[in-house]
Design a protein around this ligand. Sequence first.
Ligand code: HEM
Length: 414
Amino acid sequence: MAGEDHRGAIFIDPLAYADQESWHSVARHLRREAPVLRVEAEGYTPFWAVTRYEDVFAVSRHNDRFLNTRNSVLGPDLQFEMLGAMGIEPKTLIHMDGQEHRQHRDVANAWFRPRAVAQRQSDIDRIAEEFVGRFRQMDGRCDFAQDIAVPYTLRVIMSIFGVPEEDEPMMLRLTQGIFGAADPEYLGDLSDPFAMVTKTIAEFEDYFNAMAADRRAHPHDDLATVIANARVGGCPMDRHATLWYFVIVATAGHDTTSFALSGGLEALLRHPDQVEALQADPGLAANATDEMIRWTSPVRQFLRYLAEPATLSGVEIPAGDRLLLSYPSANRDEAVFEDPMTFDIRRPNANRTIAFGGGEHFCLGSTFARREIRTLLPRLLAAVKDVELDGEPEFAQANFVGGVKHLPISATLC
Ligand code: HEM
């Protein structure tokens, strides 16, 4: 870090996110003292860390002035140089702006509208029942994160996608390994990370190309069919964009939601009175879900690039510079959330969570994510007399998508 200011390290160092208390204590200080902090770190193009809700919201809303195109996620410069040298140029919705973005988002938008997602409720119910059954088979003792949250959220997204159950373990391995954004535990052989990324992408490509060819020949009622047969600007969507569309839905769709579920349950179990309240009134599940998502903020950051100079919280930032939008910090902003460091399933404005971003890039899957959590939660609590932590939770070391990766719990079943 340049100069004496080390505070910006919390946005870069994956280990910093594994200690949530200390991370949030630095973020709280930054919101008060340096809400738009210039961060200079070796190996990283400098960026401005934006920590207040109001600023994250304003930047997200004005996508014409704060652009996505270029690297949308923080990483070391070398990583992007190497990927570029290998000819790997991700092109997903989060890498696009303006008309190109709107046209590509339109491809799957209808599938993610609340009414369309509501039609999948019976599938989500069935999958949730299955996982509560699995929880019973384990006698209510398990690592909730790995035994339930990860496979449950994977099964839901893969079922709408159209990936058969027997391919789920492979999908899990591929999605967790991509881009080294995840905890080292999931990254396999790290002796040559770039070889691993190339291999992962090649495997994705083989799998999704075959899937696309199949859905063009035999359309199904699934998302893969929609993507494979998509037209953009009157022509079939090109191969590159099609591949990356598959990749973003597969990757964005499960680890985010599973971290919200496991971290949310951890917070809940630390408040037995709130567990009881939810058991007594399952109608609280929707608000509890929003609070779990606010609390966990599984997506740690996305970047934006200034199309023109801008002033944020009194700080002037030149055109071309980049901003890091810190969702976990914005979600604990005392200017919006009263007593933000308290987990409260009855919080009146929990639905103002900014964990899903905002504006044109607002998370496409937010309705799905919310439904997945609020479907499983009351069922799980209805299956137990009481439930508690059965050891210390462990947090992922990840600076992009992260949260509780191991959550030992123990329950007395009904
Ligand atoms: C709790 C769970 C989730 C969280 C916290 C989350 C968070 C986010 C965030 C912060 C963004 C970027 C928004 C912005 O730049 O303003 C995003 C975009 C996106 N998310 Fe999610 N997400 C979740 C679940 C899902 C699910 C279940 C899916 C898909 C099935 C999904 C698909 C996407 C896609 C495709 C985008 C790109 C949208 C665009 O650029 O237009 N997400 N998400």
